[in-house]
Design a protein around this ligand. Structure first.
Ligand code: ZN
Length: 149
């Protein structure tokens, strides 16, 4: 696991220690659960999408490794306040980053720090879990269970 050390950069550690939007969102009108069986990471994501299709509120609860938790924290920061369409665009860019395709670093915010994860296939599942869970919630699936792959 030593080669993972470089992944645990300051930003990852900070998001893991004090995750942003780490709470159950009582006013949520969409939610989804994600599970990564390889690592044991779990996340429940809550979204409040308003009548204009904007992500007014977002919150999550999670158990798992530092990367899965930090990635979820970064994801909530990156998409909060965006329209559903823009959030899906951020999701696409994050996915492209991890599959070494072209992506727009600008809109990813802190999440760009996770680009190094693409070199560790087993860790990609940890990093994308919350994003797939977001996609599932955005697709309007209520209480949907997704498994990262
Ligand atoms: Zn993990």
């Amino acid at each position: 696991m030593d080669d993972l050390q470089e992944l645990y950069q300051e930003v990852v550690l900070d998001h893991n220690r004090s995750p942003r939007n780490f709470r159950k969102l009582e006013e949520a009108n969409r939610s989804a659960e994600g599970f990564n069986p390889l690592c044991g990471d779990q996340i429940t994501l809550y979204l409040e999408v308003d009548d204009d299709d904007k992500i007014k509120g977002i919150g999550f609860q999670a158990m798992g490794c530092a990367i899965s938790k930090a990635s979820a924290s970064m994801m909530t920061d990156a998409v909060k306040g965006l329209s559903v369409k823009d959030a899906e665009n951020v999701f696409d860019n994050f996915r492209h980053m991890l599959t070494s395709e072209e992506y727009d670093a600008e809109i990813l915010g802190d999440a760009e720090i996770l680009s190094g994860v693409s070199r560790y296939p087993a860790r990609i599942k940890c990093a994308v879990l919350s994003w797939h869970t977001l996609k599932s919630a955005l697709d309007g699936n209520h209480d949907q269970r997704v498994t990262s792959e």
